[in-house]
Structure formats: C-alpha cells, structure tokens
Design a protein. Structure first.
Length: 429
C-alpha cells in the first residue's frame, strides 16, 4: 500500500482541534510500526506549523527485551529529529489483572509526562484494524449502541485531550510510511499471543493489511455510532446541568423524577470513577423509577435534608480501591488525586471507612459519604482527611486531595451548570 502523505494526515488531524498556533503535541510510542509511524507523521505535521512533537516511550519492564526495545526506539526517533522521553515503570508486579494494571500505569505515566512538559494533546496510534477488533470485542461483551461506537477519535480527561487520528487508516499504510522513511520497528510477540482475545480476533479476521471489507465496514459503523454517541453526551450534559449537583467530596445530588438513562449512567460513572459504563438494561430500569439501588460501583440513596425527594449518588464503599502508596499526583480509586503535601515513606491513600464515625461532628455530610472520603494513613493510624480539614500535625495540614474522575470530561457542559441546584446545607468549598 501507499505511505500516508502529510496532506492526508493533516486532513485527519483537522477535526480534532483546536490546536495552539504552534502546536506542541505528545505521541505515545510503543516502538511498534503503528505508533512509530504516528510519531513521524505528527512531527512533520507539528513542524509545518511551527511546533514540535515529543515521543513518550513507556517501558513496563515486564519482558526481558523491553529495555533494549525502548533504547532502539529512542534511537529511531532521534534519527528523525524527534525528541523523546523514556518512562520506566517499576511498580508493576505479575499477577491478577496485569494487563489492566499495566494499562492504567501506562496512562498515568503518559499523563504525568504531558503535564510536566506542558502538552495538552496526546496522540495514540490506534488504527482501522484496532477499531475493528474493538467493535468485535464489544459485540461479544454485549455492549449497547454507545459501546459499539468503540474508540473515539477525540476524548478528553481532566488533564489531557486524547487524539486517535489513524482510526480510518489501514496498518499496512503505516508500515509503508516507515519503509519509505527507511525506519524499522519493534514487533511485540505478545500481539500474537492466542491467550489474548484481541490477538485471537486479529487472527480470525485474516486481514493483516487492515484494509479488508469487514474491517472497513466495522470502522464506518463505529464512526456513525460515535457521532450518535457524541450527540447523546451533549444532551446528557444539558440534563445533568439542570438536574444534578456534583460535590468536591465525590458524591452527587439528583433532583426527583425519572431521568434519561444515558445521563444517569454518566453520573454514576463519575461518582464511581469507573472506566466502563454500567449495564444499559439495568440503568434503563432505574432511570424510569429512581429508588435505592447499588449499581456500577455507586449507590443511590434518599438525599434526605440535602434535597427533599431527591437522590444521593455516592460511591459504593465495598467497591473502593484498596489503600495505595501516597504520591503527589497519584490518582486513587479512579477519582481522587493527591495534589498537595510531600511524599512521605509509609503513607497510604485510602478510604476513611469506619474511622468516619468519630469524625461525624466535623461535617454535615451523610454517613454514607463520610465513609467514602479519601484519607491519608500511616499503618493503622489516621493522619489526615483533607476534605474535613482534619490533620494530626502541621506537616499533614499541607495535603490536598482533588476530586478528578477520569470520565468527568465526558460531560463538559455539566460542570459550569452544576451549581444550579440550591443546597442550603452544603455548599462547594
């Protein structure tokens, strides 16, 4: 196949803006053909506009060859005049859910590197074949229409804009682009491991070039569903802007009455810090008749005095993440980021839990909310609860924890409108 020319790549980038006049973008580079080609194309695109691209290489350290592959990728990028940064992960241990843990650690490292370099846009190398495989995986999982939209070309977190400009591009064209530039690439053996569902689907498609009719059809359908999903998300933002109030302590208050299922699902995801949406059938039943429920890592309870007749949406305590090492900038439970203080040995970030009973006098928050507040611990000793302004010493007074769910940007219009609901007992700090 023909290489991907600069003009065509510019056309793919155009709807993903806006970009600054001299764009400074970052590219996640695994060393494989797809991401390496993306780095090359992105650098040319940025330089033509007076900017530059930074390659970010994450070494998970899970394979003996990974360090050498990362070094080779650094050299290949340098040969093309592309600045690059190596991000080495040291905390990953073999065991349960390794793939998902590695993915979370990778995105955390990429996010931190972009923030440190002042780069808002992170480009990802997913292509047409990846999208087709994602659609197939979602179908096998019983996903609804929104899930079958698969990967979006543009998604936003509270820290980054994630761009996937190659979703319509066959991987064979990316390999052709590298060959035209005289560049080699890394072949990750795990991509052909039949133990992985994605690898099995890739083999079953028998479309190595990624330009077969089934691959193209899956991409076209996903793009159409993606446009429908985007319109639905905008509508959900409007609904939530008038129906819900989201508190910095990580809970929400919802007005009485039935609500659109997509809006309720989005609110539950924000409160639960969940990466994936809840079951469409379950959410549809609950949205028609709101009532006490536990769903998707969140609980619906009567809001009581906070909103007569309304509903409290709070994190399910039993589903919260175990305490994790407290590092500045670390995200815990998919929702809270430690933004102030100093990293201290032996300090962990976890739920306040049962210790909330002795601090109830410090806040009018419901007990169900207090138990789910993030707290700093040293062994079994409570050190600080920043949301309650509670600390045991002067040093711990400096800690700050910010509610920053990763899916919050799914409803960008929700945030400025969220204060429309009057809560006289509790006001945002």
């Amino acid at each position: 196949m023909d290489p991907l020319p600069a003009a065509e790549f510019a056309t793919l980038m155009a709807p993903l803006g806006p970009f600054e006049p001299k764009p400074r973008i970052a590219v996640a580079v695994s060393g494989g053909a797809d991401s390496l080609a993306l780095a090359l194309l992105a650098q040319r695109w940025a330089m033509a506009r007076g900017g530059d691209a930074l390659g970010l290489i994450v070494d998970h350290g899970l394979r003996a060859a990974s360090a050498g592959e990362a070094a080779a990728t650094l050299q290949r990028l340098a040969a093309q005049g592309i600045a690059a940064q190596l991000l080495t992960l040291t905390d990953l241990m073999p065991g349960r859910a390794l793939a998902s843990r590695a993915r979370a650690a990778r995105y955390a490292a990429l996010t931190a590197a972009c923030a440190g370099g002042g780069r808002l846009h992170l480009l990802l190398g997913h292509h047409a074949a990846d999208q087709a495989e994602t659609v197939a995986m979602r179908m096998l999982a019983g996903s609804g229409p929104y899930g079958l939209a698969a990967m979006p070309a543009l998604s936003e977190t509270s820290e980054l804009r994630l761009l996937r400009p190659l979703l319509s591009v066959a991987p064979a064209r990316l390999r052709a682009t590298l060959r035209a530039a005289g560049l080699g690439w890394v072949e990750d053996p795990s991509n052909g491991n039949p133990a992985a569902q994605r690898a099995r689907l890739r083999a079953a498609r028998r479309d190595r070039d990624g330009d077969g009719p089934a691959t193209r059809a899956a991409g076209t359908t996903a793009a159409a569903r993606g446009r429908v999903r985007a319109r639905g998300e905008r509508q959900s933002a409007v609904v939530l802007g008038s129906r819900a109030w989201l508190a910095p302590e990580g809970f929400a208050v919802l007005t009485p009455g039935q609500i659109e299922p997509a809006a309720l699902a989005g609110l539950i995801r924000m409160v639960a810090g969940s990466e994936w949406p809840v079951s469409s059938q379950q959410i549809a039943l609950l949205a028609r008749s709101l009532g006490p429920a536990t769903l998707g890592g969140a609980r619906l309870l009567s809001a009581g005095r906070l909103r007569p007749g309304g509903w409290l949406v709070v994190r399910e305590a039993a589903a919260m993440q175990e305490p994790a090492l407290a590092r500045i900038g670390a995200k815990w439970d998919g929702r809270f980021v430690l933004t102030g203080g100093v990293t201290a040995d032996g300090l962990a970030l976890g739920a306040l839990g049962e210790a909330s009973a002795r601090l109830r006098h410090m806040s009018p928050l419901p007990a169900a909310v207090l138990a789910t507040l993030p707290a700093l611990w040293r062994n079994a000793e409570l050190v600080a609860v920043p949301h309650l302004h509670y600390s045991t010493d002067k040093l711990s007074e400096g800690y700050r924890i910010t509610f920053a769910p990763g899916v919050a940007a799914t409803f960008p219009a929700f945030w400025p409108a969220a204060a429309k609901i009057s809560l006289p007992t509790l006001q945002p700090r």
